[in-house]
Design a protein around this ligand. Structure first.
Ligand SMILES: NC(=O)c1ccc[n+]([C@@H]2O[C@H](COP(=O)([O-])OP(=O)(O)OC[C@H]3O[C@@H](n4cnc5c(N)ncnc54)[C@H](O)[C@@H]3O)[C@@H](O)[C@H]2O)c1
Length: 313
């Protein structure tokens, strides 16, 4: 299969690319390395083409799509690192998505998989959040990603938009898990915002993605999650336990003004539509994450929120 991955050097992107290459697909990545690095990807080969550039560059996107002729597009590129950069986020997440959608259509791609943030729900009325819940984003990232998702859905392409829980796995450099790992190892104090999030192991994410890439699979929007929430204090305890550290609980502080108290997605419609269900436990996911950091270290930590050390993607 010929698969074009935007944002292919990112946390999810690089893991996806690695997996696609291993199963024999031809892959092209398009990334400007805004929140990643070229060395996350293997050297270009007959099987892998690596293009440095932005999805905002419409002419480049057209050229790359036309030249490669993807059967499937995985749109993983996203901008979020400066919460005050509304223009930059809109350029990449809305205009960039439009460029990708138009180029995918021109190139005759048979399926587009888009990734959406759970922050699209804003401050939800209930948790777990059903996929039919109102979409009320209020951050630059959430608003611009939601514009992008609407563009995908309105495009007429054979497309699915996956609203993701916090995916844990190799290369994760955002959120409370790498933050606690780094601070605990350095003997530094930690604090936990009084919030609840859901975490999904990369293995479970891949199992769903394999199905979602098929042109015959369901179209539309789907929550991808275990459906189970864990407090940030739970994360702290699980990281400490996986590190073999016997530490007192970190202080729990009220969420910041731009934070959301609980984000837990209800995956029931996804489970029915894709005959899929998350299998890996929370504790096992965190233990895998800690083992990966022990071997590879933690890279720069970016946040989608204003204050450092907060949770949520
Ligand atoms: N990882 C998660 O748990 C999670 C949760 C919810 C949604 N998502 C979504 O999944 C996708 C991937 O997220 P991630 O966690 O891998 O983040 P990431 O920052 O690691 O990856 C995003 C990639 O996009 C690239 N990029 C940014 N602007 C670009 C541009 N203009 N042109 C080309 N490339 C550009 C970055 O350099 C990076 O490699 C994003 O769409 C994100 O919104 C991820």
């Amino acid at each position: 299969m010929r698969v074009l991955v935007t944002g292919g050097a990112g946390c999810l992107g690089a893991n996806i690319v690695e997996r696609l290459l291993a199963r024999g697909d031809d892959v092209l990545t398009l990334d400007n390395y805004a929140t990643s690095a070229r060395d996350a990807l293997p050297d270009a080969s007959g099987q892998l083409e690596v293009v440095e550039g932005s999805v905002v560059d419409r002419a480049l996107v057209r050229r790359v799509f036309d030249g490669f002729g993807p059967e499937v597009v995985i749109h993983s590129a996203a901008s979020y690192k400066d919460p005050d950069d509304w223009s930059g986020d809109l350029e990449t997440n809305a205009q960039g998505t439009l460029n990708v959608v138009e180029a995918a259509r021109e190139a005759g791609a048979g399926r587009l998989v888009n990734f959406q943030t759970a922050l699209c729900y804003g401050r939800p009325d209930e948790t777990p959040i059903p996929v039919e819940a109102p979409v009320r984003p209020f951050t630059s990232y959430g608003v611009s990603k939601t514009a992008g998702e609407h563009i995908v859905l309105a495009s007429g392409l054979n497309a699915v938009s996956l609203r993701l829980a916090n995916v844990t796995g190799p290369r994760l450099s955002i959120g409370p898990i790498p933050a606690f790992y780094t601070r605990l190892k350095a003997g530094k104090d930690c604090f936990c915002s009084d919030t609840v999030r859901d975490f999904l192991d990369m293995e479970d994410f891949f199992a769903l993605l394999d199905k979602a890439m098929s042109p015959d699979a369901a179209q539309g929007v789907f929550n991808v999650s275990t459906g189970r929430g864990h407090s940030i204090l739970d994360v702290y305890r699980a990281v400490a336990s996986a590190l073999g550290m016997d530490v007192a609980d970190a202080p729990v502080v009220p969420p910041g003004a731009d934070d959301v108290a609980a984000v837990v997605l209800d995956p029931s419609r996804t489970e029915a539509a894709f005959d899929w269900r998350a299998q890996v436990s929370f504790e096992e996911s965190i233990a895998r994450m800690v083992a990966w950091y022990d071997e590879h270290g933690v890279r720069a930590i970016y946040s989608h929120l204003r204050a450092p050390g907060k949770s949520g993607t």
